[in-house]
Design a protein around this ligand. Sequence first.
Ligand code: 3PG
Length: 205
Amino acid sequence: DTERLAGILALAPVIPVLKVAREADAAPLARALVDGGLPVIEVTLRSDAALGAIERMASVEGAVVGVGTVTRPSDFRAARDAGARFAVSPGFAADLADAAEGAGLPFLPGIATAGEAMAALRHGLRYLKFYPATAAGGIPMLKALAGPFPDLRFCPTGGLNGENFRDYLALANVVCVGGSWIAPDALVDAGDWAGIAGKARAAAG
Ligand code: 3PG
């Protein structure tokens, strides 16, 4: 699963983190992101429409859809059955790592401390979300973690935006970044797919 996850995270520099309120928005939203050059998409379990949205997005050509804000072991199978190809959590917990393995879903857990990184490593997880990135120490923290953990690779997320994300991508232990700035609620609510594709293109370029 590590190799599968590595392959997915190598597909694009930015993973748009989405909250989809209306299932009907899912397919056009995914198409806008794929067209904009950001095919790896994280749909958070922060709305009732999330699983339905994953299902619809998974059938959009070129989209690689994952589930985000996973906090319960049962979330993995449900998301996998809906078509998710990877899973992201805000923090690390051993029962989540076990459930991800049980569901056969590549897992990108969040960590914010050295101790959490060690717990994830014990489960063989080398690719980690650094969350909440800017609040948890930002770039200096990622540089500091490179010392004791040279094999870890991070996807910083939380507080990133169009102004700062390239500074994160420049770090040797960062493989990609995540964030909600690509598809903000206001643009999704307005159905502004061209605007979202434009933001994706600006980040992908
Ligand atoms: C997440 O769940 O990854 C975050 O809420 C995304 O953080 P952002 O909204 O600060 O980009």
